[in-house]
Design a protein around this ligand. Structure first.
Ligand SMILES: Cc1ncc(C[n+]2csc(CCOP(=O)(O)OP(=O)(O)O)c2C)c(N)n1
Length: 629
């Protein structure tokens, strides 16, 4: 089935393959990807769409000497397959296995790590400038999707690339989709380019022009001649003016599933000087019908049945916090017209599509532009609305300054809903949301919360939206404990913790979803006649000094539990507070994530590894009891 693919162990093997066999190889790769990702889960649709493009790049360019920089990096599976990782592909995203993203320490062909979007042009430009300074002659190619192109960072990269003018190729992989259909002015103009009949007529006209310039048909394709046609003629017919305004030469659009056209294009571009943008049209999910008809669902997918495309729904009592948040938001929005919701290209992931349907004119997808999302929200709040910015914890890192400078410093009532806080599992270190307690805890004015169950999630959202200032709620990817929603939402007193279980021997103080583990630890300790007091902090800021002080003065032993980096995290905050309050007679231990980047893998195993499960918490508490130290 994979007769050709099995012979490709490095890009050189690909170069030696007869050109006419490349299309067959593409078909084998698609089949391989569908089968393999159906077992491991992963980013299927983006990879199915980029098979021919990846083959053409590796055929024409000379990796690792030439640098191919993947934007976001979720579309690097084909690249991994042909750069020596086919045999390990079954371990994709599994504990100890290969990563779902490019990683510099995984292969010399992964020239730059990624996971977050819009970085490729800046990184590739850096490599190009370093090459120039070192007298090198290698080529540098950034491959960026139309979704990632909506991020400001991409525009900043283009701006400098045009200014510097060095040799750099930007390949725009345009499939009309971010995770959902792409949005915004750039997307609209790319869309027009794809479907506008006037444009297509103009392209035909160009063919005529080409014949005039090239009557003998020496270079027979439009693209070959484009490189030689005078600028003026090109401007007449090609609406690549956005990129040309930045100072890049524009070539395209090219059919991204026509391997011959791709090869001819890159063979031409390979030797052209200066910064060039090659615009490639692809279809997300190409070659697998369920993914073609629902590219959004197959953008990133859990293991699925190849025949039907169905995934196995997660089992267990709880529900995703995302869902609980989304329902509560719709309820609250019904009573308060000032509430509006913002996503940065993550409508489905953040659960906001129901809100978008219920209140289409109160929903804003701003593209992959977290910084803009936050300052846009600040503007909305400054003018009287109550914006909710729903962003994954890891992506809000992008907007650190905007949260401080535009929101908190002005005390504006923006609610940040940080989904996927904590360990996220298979996506790994670029996506774990394990820094937000650290990076938000020191913002004056901000109220920072984390729910431990379904009811708290709802109460916190109401509390945030009624608070006359900035507030943030961080919640995990893992399911809630499934507490029945049997009462209306309630306002929580700002900065109030809750004693979840009384005890006298030690205090287990947890924030967020790990409360269940802390309660589990208390059960284990109870069997050994040790009475642990368990406190659900609820607020990481402001902290509840009275409740915490009272408990530790009683027990003398404190264990803090958080799914966040220990550095500057929740536990650090508690110890700082106790020190300021001169509570010094206690034995304290902080549980959380150590000062390393946590790899990808199964969430439960990662929690165990870092001591965040009930048994480990109980062990730590035991070890710190008087007489046991
Ligand atoms: C800064 C940032 N925001 C959001 C995301 C989540 N995300 C991952 S892929 C993606 C869409 C990418 O679309 P595009 O660049 O067009 O690539 P395609 O999947 O279409 O190949 C988004 C929004 C991210 N990775 N990084």
């Amino acid at each position: 089935m994979c007769d050709i693919l099995n012979t490709i162990n490095c890009p050189q093997d690909l170069k030696e393959l007869p050109r006419e066999r490349l299309q067959d190889l593409a078909a084998e790769i698609r089949e391989f990807l569908i089968q393999s990702v159906s077992q491991t889960g992963g980013h299927l649709a983006p990879n199915l769409g980029i098979v021919e493009l990846t083959l053409a790049l590796h055929r024409v360019y000379d990796s690792p000497r030439d640098k191919i920089v993947w934007d976001v990096g979720h579309q690097c599976y084909v690249h991994k397959l042909i750069t020596g990782r086919r045999d390990r592909f079954g371990t994709l995203r599994q504990t100890g296995g290969i990563s779902g993203f490019p990683k510099r320490d995984e292969s010399e062909h992964d020239s730059f790590g990624a996971g977050h979007g819009s970085t490729s042009i800046s990184a590739a430009l850096g490599m190009a400038v370093a090459r120039d300074r070192q007298g090198g002659s290698n080529r540098v190619i950034a491959v960026i999707g139309d979704g990632a192109m909506t991020g400001g960072l991409a525009m900043e990269g283009l701006n400098q690339a045009g200014h510097i003018g060095t040799d750099l190729t930007v390949v725009l992989n345009d499939n009309g989709m971010s995770i959902s259909p792409n949005v915004g002015g750039v997307a609209r103009s790319l869309h027009r380019l794809r479907y506008d009949r006037g444009y297509r007529r103009a392209k035909e006209h160009l063919k005529g022009l080409v014949t005039q310039y090239d009557p003998l048909g020496v270079g027979s394709t439009v693209l070959e001649v484009l490189g030689r046609v005078k600028d003026g003629a090109r401007h007449l017919v090609l609406p690549g003016t956005l990129f040309e305004a930045f100072g890049l030469d524009y070539i395209g659009p090219v059919d991204g599933h026509d391997i011959e056209e791709l090869l001819r294009t890159f063979e031409l571009v390979h030797d052209l000087p200066g910064p060039i943008l090659v615009h490639v049209h692809t279809e997300k999910g190409k070659g697998y019908r369920p993914a073609e008809s629902n590219a959004e669902r197959f953008h990133g997918v859990q293991p699925f049945d190849v025949e039907t495309g169905e995934t196995v729904p997660p089992s267990g009592p709880g529900r995703p916090y995302t869902e609980i948040f989304a329902e509560a938001l719709i309820e609250l929005a019904a009573e308060d017209e000032r509430i509006v919701a913002i996503t940065a290209a993550m409508g489905p992931g953040t659960g906001l599509m129901g809100f978008a349907e219920a209140y289409p004119d109160r929903f804003f997808d701003v593209g992959m532009a977290e910084q803009h999302a936050v300052t846009f929200a600040a503007g909305l709040a400054a003018a009287g609305l109550r914006p909710v910015v729903a962003i994954y914890s890891t992506f809000l890192q992008r907007a650190y300054d905007e949260v401080i400078h535009d929101v908190c410093l002005q005390g504006l009532p923006v609610t940040f809903c940080l989904d996927r806080a904590g360990i996220v599992g298979a996506d790994g270190p670029t996506h774990h949301g394990v820094y937000d307690l650290s990076y938000m805890r020191h913002f004056p004015e901000l109220v920072l919360m984390a729910p431990s169950d379904d009811l708290e999630m709802r109460d916190m959202l109401m509390t945030a939206l009624r608070h006359d200032g900035p507030a943030a709620i961080r919640y995990p990817r893992s399911a809630s404990p499934g507490v029945p929603i049997d009462r209306p939402m309630q306002l929580l007193p700002i900065g109030s913790a809750r004693v979840a279980r009384e005890g006298r021997d030690c205090t287990l103080l947890s924030i967020g979803g790990l409360l269940q583990e802390a309660l589990g630890a208390a059960e284990i300790l109870g069997k050994q006649e040790i009475q642990a007091e368990v406190i659900d902090a609820r607020f990481a800021k402001p902290l509840d000094l009275n409740t915490i002080r009272e408990s530790v003065l009683k027990t003398g032993v404190l264990v803090t539990v958080e799914e966040n980096a220990l550095q500057g995290g929740f536990g650090s905050g508690v110890l700082e507070m106790l020190e300021s309050a001169h509570v010094s007679k206690l034995v304290a231990h902080r549980l959380g994530l150590p000062d390393i980047f946590v790899e990808h893998g199964d969430t439960a195993s990662l929690r165990r590894r870092f001591g965040l499960d009930a048994a480990s918490i109980a062990d730590v508490a035991l070890a710190h009891l008087p007489g046991r130290l």
